[in-house]
Design a protein around this ligand. Structure first.
Ligand code: ADP
Ligand code: TYD
Length: 205
């Protein structure tokens, strides 16, 4: 009997939207159903990817270098983690994937989307998430949540117009790929968001 391929779920949103908070919750729900789940993140997810993450989150660089590093980290992540797990029938949750490159490098930094399309075609011509949760929140709410927590990396130090363009590109992609995106209104309480996530997962499980 051939092994059924696992599901690939990605979490997206501007910094401070609440991804990390809800990844823990969703992971628990999936594991409670007896599904083996691999939880990972981008940039990062492999030893080499984590080194690239350190560089790309803290060093100044040309915007195309930044995009190339994101996809280099992703290439390694797919080869080492995502594809083997899905083939084994395990599920994979990734805290960000290629939609983040379109939103941040494309929307935020203004890199031509055609270049990102070319990188995506090169790095994962076949692979797309089965489900993408987009945590959507007004910039001021996200910013207030971030300021309340930790020290800010290179992206988190960007100004409002950067995040406004990033958020707009995320929403544009959600409208372009409605079959896999679920836009979550993240200005609500954590409890309200979790109730919606549980319902959406029920449909998938
Ligand atoms: P992200 O991973 O998207 O950057 P986090 O999950 O780390 O965001 O959330 C940033 C901060 O906001 C954390 O302190 C978290 O507890 C808080 N937070 C997340 N979601 C909500 C919410 N719906 N209401 C209030 N605070 C929230
Ligand atoms: P994230 O892990 O969400 O940050 P944190 O752990 O601080 O919550 O993401 C790191 C940053 O990298 C985030 O600001 C978005 C950015 N990023 C891109 O610009 N392009 C990409 O392709 C990816 C995956 C992330």
């Amino acid at each position: 009997m051939t092994q059924q391929r696992g599901k690939f779920i990605t979490f997206e949103g501007i910094d401070g939207a609440g991804k990390s908070t809800h990844i823990a919750f969703v992971s628990e729900l999936i594991r409670a159903r007896g599904v083996t789940l691999v939880s990972s993140r981008e940039p990062g997810g492999t030893p080499l990817g984590e080194k690239l993450r350190e560089l790309v989150l803290h060093e100044k660089m040309h915007l195309e270098t930044e995009a190339l590093i994101m996809f280099a980290s992703r290439r390694e992540h797919i080869a080492q983690v995502i594809a083997p797990a899905l083939e084994r029938g395990q599920w994979v949750i990734s805290d960000r994937f290629s939609d983040a490159s379109f939103a941040y490098q494309g929307g935020g930094r203004g890199l031509a989307l055609s270049k990102l399309d070319a990188l995506e075609q090169w790095v994962h011509p076949e692979l797309q998430p089965d489900l993408t949760f987009l945590f959507d929140v007004p910039l001021e709410v996200a910013r207030a949540r971030l300021d309340a927590t930790r020290s800010l990396d290179k992206f988190e130090q960007e100004q409002a117009d950067f995040f406004s363009a990033t958020r707009a590109e995320y929403l544009r992609r959600a409208a372009q790929f409605p079959e896999r995106f679920r836009v979550i209104d993240s200005a609500r309480s954590i409890a309200a968001i979790q109730a919606e996530l549980a319902q959406l997962l029920d449909a998938l499980l």
